[in-house]
Design a protein around this ligand. Sequence first.
Ligand SMILES: NC(=O)c1ccc[n+]([C@@H]2O[C@H](COP(=O)([O-])OP(=O)(O)OC[C@H]3O[C@@H](n4cnc5c(N)ncnc54)[C@H](OP(=O)(O)O)[C@@H]3O)[C@@H](O)[C@H]2O)c1
Length: 279
Amino acid sequence: MGREGRLEGIRTAWISGASSGLGAALAENLARRGVEVILSARRAELLEEVAARIRASGGSARSLPLDVADPEATVRALCRLDDEVGGLDLVIANAGVGNSRWAGRLRWEDCADMIAVNVQGAAASLVAVLPRMVERGRGHLVGISSLAGYRGMPASAAYSATKAFLMTFLDSLRLDLQGTGVLVTDVRPGFIRTPMTAANRFRMPFLMEVEEAAERIVEGIRKRKPIVAFPAPLSTAARLAPAVPACLWDWMASRKGPAVDVSFVRPRQVFDEPEAGEG
Ligand SMILES: NC(=O)c1ccc[n+]([C@@H]2O[C@H](COP(=O)([O-])OP(=O)(O)OC[C@H]3O[C@@H](n4cnc5c(N)ncnc54)[C@H](OP(=O)(O)O)[C@@H]3O)[C@@H](O)[C@H]2O)c1
């Protein structure tokens, strides 16, 4: 494994949602830079495949199957791991779920899953060993939020809201942890080609390959950036979105958002598969 671009002070890293997509790419990138990575997700076999691939390339990796939707189990597992490795240096709360559903067909199950993983799971992951990091006077917490968290996006009420939670949570953590030696990075990506976006049937502007996204994130961590947002054109637009008045946002987001490709049909036909018995 290459030694260039090594991360100063980061020996061990735990990454949630590392069985596929961005989490797996982050693990591979970190391992190439000499970091010992511990990978978590629910699908143990896939996790072990990623870990084995890293080891076969000369890196150090192991899998720790975990369901972050169980926050107490997550905290316990991370504390045990922290003891085992002699102090985690980097925690990446990457695990997330998302789907597009027109609000007129939103069911509680759609919201519950996203809140359990993207909100409870992420918060539990980020605070699990935080007091220990503060005591040690070092550590780095990273959360993967989204550009979709700046404003309610079409057909994404639950997803946008869970990412808004994470953005605000990380903002406050960073504020409080100034001077403690514990760093906080909020990663706000646009569209990345992963299993999560593979099912999307709407246009995804500036869709990025997962390896490039992982490289940008790890470079942001190396440079100790508080916020890593990309790609630039989308992140600039997303940053400005909260200042747009509601009446203008409603018009813009429904015309320029994912529904743009089919602006003359009902949104539910854009985002959702018809259910059995529906035309
Ligand atoms: N792709 C994008 O365009 C995009 C854009 C902005 C932000 N993001 C964020 O990036 C993160 C990674 O997403 P991705 O695009 O890489 O999607 P992905 O390929 O679907 O990966 C999601 C990962 O989360 C894990 N996961 C889901 N529920 C879990 C649970 N209860 N406990 C533990 N792990 C769980 C999955 O593994 P198991 O199923 O094995 O548990 C999987 O490894 C997410 O937080 C997502 O919201 C993605």
